[in-house]
Design a protein. Structure first.
Length: 506
């Protein structure tokens, strides 16, 4: 292969090479024993000559069939151009088709196309990063580079050095992706307008600006307004600037953790932070954890913020009810005395059925509380007391909410036909969760495939060969065809139904 490349082509047919070795003058000139003991350079020279002649013959007489195969190949995978014979890598149509499929194919085109502005322009219109495969002269072409960075700002890295210092080019790049600032010339990293544009597009560009601009309030304000968490990268003086910090915590309350200690004690800053994210309370000064008004605002925004409130508020019923109305799982932060309060538990499971597992044990035996929980989330059935998993009403409510909840029901309920049908009407793929004998039930399997055709995979072999069941499945989704019996996979009516379902999905 290395010798073939030096001859100008990477591929030579094995059949031709074999014929040359065993049927041509090579076998006479170099008998097998001589190939081992003789001067290997003579053999390499002869092989080089053979490859060169083969390449010249291939270049002058490419067949129409070979071209058609190459065209089909690059349409499927543009990168297959690398394996095409040289004549086809010199064929404009083949090269353009390859680039259309994958811009990276430009690197395998003949050298003339890498210097061809029209071809390079087409490539960068597909993806600006194609600029890296263009000839150096084209990487200095301002119009072409502008097109590349407009399509993908990060392709600025492949531009010629003088264009990385061109303000128009760099602005076009950072408007598309602010982080492209890292590839700009040093003087433009000190240009306030360029850095500001980059930071406005992507706050992460802040770190690529010149050091002096990282202290510029206007630039820093733009960064935190775009992404509050950019506050962490600011100099300490600006972390203590009220305007900058307010902009940061208004955009993302969690940015409060990067504010100066003084501003963590500022009521306006803390309030702005918790109004965006209640969990910002974790970053506020200790005194705010004892401020009832602020706590109420925080837990209304994020119930989980109750975790960071002073202990007295975890016993405060109004605060607790406000928190669990926003997030039922905040029940885990509530004082034990209120976790035994029926009103609190009901409010929690109404917001999130899974909160039942956090409630006092007696509520897992409370039928009314459990009904509320499984109504909100059927899978809360896993947390109810064992005797209630055998309660038909509770189980029916659960499986109608989430078919897979039948897995958490008692064995008797999993054998109950009404329960099984209710579960499968919600989720056909819950078929494996019903009792074995019900998976043999024709009506049960029909309910499953009616809801989800791919549930056919869980049907017994006899029902996979049932034309009515299979037709119902493939009409729901053509993908169910592969689960039918071999005979029905070849049935014209079934095949047509599967095609129609797949076409409708498209």
């Amino acid at each position: 292969r290395r010798l073939g490349r030096s001859a100008g082509c990477v591929d030579v047919r094995v059949e031709d090479l074999s014929n040359w070795l065993f049927e041509s003058s090579a076998s006479k000139e170099f008998p097998s024993h001589d190939m081992v003991v003789t001067e290997s350079q003579h053999f390499a020279d002869a092989l080089q000559h053979f490859l060169s002649e083969s390449v010249r013959g291939a270049q002058t007489t490419p067949s129409r069939h070979d071209r058609e195969m190459t065209v089909a190949s690059v349409k499927r995978d543009g990168m297959s151009l690398q394996f095409a014979p040289l004549p086809f890598r010199q064929d404009r149509e083949v090269v353009l088709l390859a680039i259309q499929n994958d811009f990276k194919a430009l690197q395998f085109a003949s050298d003339e196309f890498r210097h061809d502005r029209e071809v390079a322009a087409f490539a960068v219109s597909q993806n600006g990063s194609a600029l890296q495969f263009a000839a150096p002269a084209l990487q200095s072409d301002k119009e072409l580079v502008l097109a590349a960075v407009a399509q993908r700002g990060m392709s600025l890295q492949f531009a010629a050095p003088e264009l990385k210092r061109d303000r128009e080019v760099v602005l076009k790049a950072v408007f598309q992706n602010g982080v492209a600032l890292q590839f700009a010339g040093e003087e433009l990293k000190r240009d306030c307008g360029v850095v500001f544009a980059a930071v406005e597009q992507n706050s992460a560009a802040f770190v690529y600006g010149a050091k002096e601009l990282q202290h510029d309030k206007r630039v820093c304000f733009a960064a935190v307004s775009r992404n509050g968490m950019a506050l962490r990268s600011l100099p300490e003086a600006l972390k203590a600037d009220l305007g900058v910090v307010l902009a940061a915590v208004t955009q993302d309350g969690s940015a409060l953790q990067y504010a100066s200690e003084g501003l963590k004690r500022d009521a306006n800053v803390v309030l702005a932070a918790v109004q965006h994210s209640g969990k910002a309370l974790a970053c506020a000064s200790e005194e705010f954890r004892h401020d009832r008004s602020l706590i109420l605002r925080a837990v209304a925004r994020s119930g989980a913020a109750l975790e960071f409130a002073a202990d007295k508020f975890k016993k405060d019923k109004e605060v607790v009810l406000t928190a669990i109305a926003q997030d039922g799982l905040a029940l885990q932060c509530v004082a034990e005395v209120l976790r035994q309060d029926r009103e609190v538990v009901l409010a929690a499971v109404a917001q999130n059925g899974f909160a039942l597992r956090l409630a006092d044990e007696r509520y897992r035996h409370d039928r009314a509380v459990c009904l509320v929980a499984v109504s909100q989330n059927g899978m809360a059935l896993q947390s109810v007391a064992e005797h209630l998993k055998d309660d038909k009403e509770i189980v029916l409510v659960a499986v109608r909410n989430c078919g897979a909840a039948i897995l958490c029901a008692s064995e008797d309920m999993r054998r109950n036909r009404e329960v099984a049908l209710a579960a499968l009407s919600h989720n056909g793929c819950a078929l494996p969760c019903v009792a074995d004998e019900l998976r043999e039930d024709r009506e049960v399997v029909m309910a499953a495939v009616r809801q989800n055709g791919t549930a056919l995979r869980f049907a017994p072999p006899l029902l996979k060969a049932d034309p009515e069941i299979v037709l119902l499945a493939v009409r729901q989704t053509g993908a169910a065809l592969r689960f039918a019996s071999d005979a029905l996979q070849a049935d014209p009516e079934v095949l047509n139904a599967a095609r129609m379902a797949s076409r409708a999905a498209l």
